[in-house]
Design a protein around this ligand. Sequence first.
Ligand SMILES: Cc1cc2nc3c(=O)[nH]c(=O)nc-3n(C[C@H](O)[C@H](O)[C@H](O)COP(=O)(O)OP(=O)(O)OC[C@H]3O[C@@H](n4cnc5c(N)ncnc54)[C@H](O)[C@@H]3O)c2cc1C
Length: 371
Amino acid sequence: MTKRLAGLDDVLPGIRERETSDPEAYPARTIADLYAIGLPQAPFPAALGGSECSLRRSVDAIETLAGVSPAAALLISMPLGLAGFVVAGASAAPAAHRKACGEQAEQVAADYRAGRIYAACNSEKGAGGSVAATQTVARRAADGFRITGEKILASFGRHASHFFSTAKVSQDLPGAGTVEAFFIRTVAPGVEILTDWDGFGMRPTESQTVRYRDAPAESLLGFPNYLEIVQPIPYAYCLFAAISLGCARGLLHALGVPAPQSPALRLRLSEALMRYEAMRAYLLETADGWRPAAGPSYAARVLRAKTYVTQESTRLCAELFALSGGRHYRRTSPVARLLAASFAGTALRPPLPLALDALVESFALEDSASH
Ligand SMILES: Cc1cc2nc3c(=O)[nH]c(=O)nc-3n(C[C@H](O)[C@H](O)[C@H](O)COP(=O)(O)OP(=O)(O)OC[C@H]3O[C@@H](n4cnc5c(N)ncnc54)[C@H](O)[C@@H]3O)c2cc1C
């Protein structure tokens, strides 16, 4: 069993109520509630306002939340994932960078305690979801780094206080990887947040286009070559998979509570429950294996779990939707919204075609046996 994050059960009824009364607006009150119970800051140590929450418990929280509000789950997974990244950086930093990483963790945690939102602003048109294909560039200036490029699908949009964004750096940063991540204040000069979001599902997420024109970065995430050394991205993949899984959980509840009279429906719902429980067990066991710099075998396991869970969850949602009947066949019905929202999991990094290409390229049964 996974111990539920404290406070989550208390805020879920209010979130459910707002999801029903105002399903398409940015959920400001819900996000404030989730900050108040400490969800995004949970990975931090207690001294920084967190609870040293494991990835397993974070996945459980995101999944539970997604069953009620998929958009809130997607939104909050961004600062939650970043907290996991920062904590991982502080623990896996080479000795020369450990002190600075500890200070960065203190700064980010203090911002979270003040309710500030760090949002992911990484995707780019035509990059196919690949970090390596990032076109945004960072140039070294007298006072730090300046960022130029266009990002898409930056959830939270203008509601964020900071974006964390990938950019290619020139090699005048000693030890730099090809791509580094930077913190950029959303109100910094040279940051333009568009209002072009028109999602199929996940409409409250405000996933906008962002343009950087020589925008000053507040700091580098971690240290040079952080993404290669710490390998934090599997952490986010597990959270993303939990969103689609939560949509399946929400649909199961919508159709199965109270239990239907029809024996045929009961059979189909029993089958759906078995598939849901199997996916959930796979994802939670995968999340249990998380540690910084875990290596290629764990990264491959996470990729498989993320791909399987998001793909199967959307299939399950589609099958359950087909069983739900005509009264749910409205664009705005909660059941239809869960169906549309579930597909975001297959689009979130890595998008399904990219994940399948990577699985084919790295297929090896021997490696998988250890996980
Ligand atoms: C609701 C929602 C919220 C999101 N929130 C965020 C966020 O907060 N922050 C953020 O950074 N991103 C966010 N994203 C973006 C997401 O994480 C993906 O990275 C992004 O959608 C991938 O880009 P694309 O599908 O637009 O790729 P495109 O470049 O348009 O590619 C389209 C498809 O073709 C495939 N493809 C393209 N080129 C190749 C190739 N050479 N080889 C194989 N396959 C290829 C891709 O894999 C992709 O599936 C969000 C997406 C959604 C749907």
